[in-house]
Design a protein around this ligand. Structure first.
Ligand code: ZN
Ligand code: ZN
Length: 267
């Protein structure tokens, strides 16, 4: 059983063959996929896909690339989507000082403003952080929010240690199969219990698909690589990763909705 903790199934890249992509994921043994809607125009499409497929769950939030669109009105609309039974995560939010598609000030504001939203919803916070290690650490330290998932982990071991101290989980993408990713050192240190596996599809396809469109079926390559670096059996690693995903996203949502319905206590 494999889990793709972060992909973008609602993106236009899959409009021509989405069902085939989902079929290949199923055939490859991918039991759960979390599709992450990064801007408002994707929200309802991501939810539709999740509603139509038991193995697909959704997260939504305003990506740093789209931070310029953040407003009070948008915030209200986001709030309306969060109670949906298949929305199990908040994000991705954060900072991207590599592409700089939105001004840094706007990125910082959208990031900071979405943290209370995530906190109030009780959903895990999914972080996108590229070339902005110090600023991300600073915001997360001040926020003191749990749980945090650092998606597409791309930093060094020292940063991983600091993030683990903040209680973060690190989600490992297909870049782990690239020769110069530097992720092996990080993976040898980080306990498997604090890891997740993802594709970030359609981006960042693992070897041997590098440079082409990525898809959730390829998460097997990521998990194989993690197992090889950890020196553990593939079945053991994939079971651990699936267990972590379920307790972070699925059980948590389930407990909260039971609590909200007055049928059981909140954790
Ligand atoms: Zn991202
Ligand atoms: Zn993403």
């Amino acid at each position: 059983m494999f889990v793709d903790s972060h992909c973008h199934l609602e993106m236009e890249e899959y409009d021509g063959d989405r069902e085939a992509v989902l079929g290949r994921a199923r055939d490859a043994g991918v039991s759960y996929m979390l599709t992450v809607a990064t801007e408002e125009r994707y929200f309802s499409k991501a939810l539709e896909i999740a509603e139509g497929h038991p193995s697909v769950y959704a997260a939504l939030g305003i990506h740093p690339h789209n931070a310029g669109a953040y407003s009070d009105a948008l915030e209200e609309r986001i709030r309306g989507y969060l109670p949906h039974p298949k929305v199990v995560g908040y994000g991705e939010v954060g900072l991207d000082f590599y592409r700089n598609y939105a001004p840094r000030k706007a990125q910082m504001e959208a990031f900071r403003r979405q943290i209370p939203l995530a906190r109030a919803s009780g959903l895990p916070l999914i972080i996108h952080s590229r070339n902005t290690r110090a600023e991300t650490l600073q915001v997360l330290k001040e926020a003191a929010i749990h749980p945090i998932i650092i998606h597409c982990y791309s930093y060094d071991l020292d940063t991983a240690r600091k993030l683990l101290d903040l209680g973060a989980f690190l989600s490992i993408p297909g870049t782990v199969t690239y020769r110069k990713s530097g992720l092996a050192e990080v993976l040898r240190y980080v306990p498997t219990e604090r890891l997740l596996s993802e594709t970030d599809a359609p981006f960042l396809a693992p070897e041997p698909h590098r440079g082409r469109r990525n898809e959730p079926a390829y998460v097997c390559r990521v998990v194989e690589e993690i197992a090889a670096i950890k020196g553990s059996a593939l079945e053991d690693i994939s079971a651990l990763l699936a267990g972590t995903f379920a307790s972070l996203f699925l059980d948590r949502k389930e407990r909260r909705s039971r609590g909200a319905a007055g049928k059981g206590p909140l954790p």
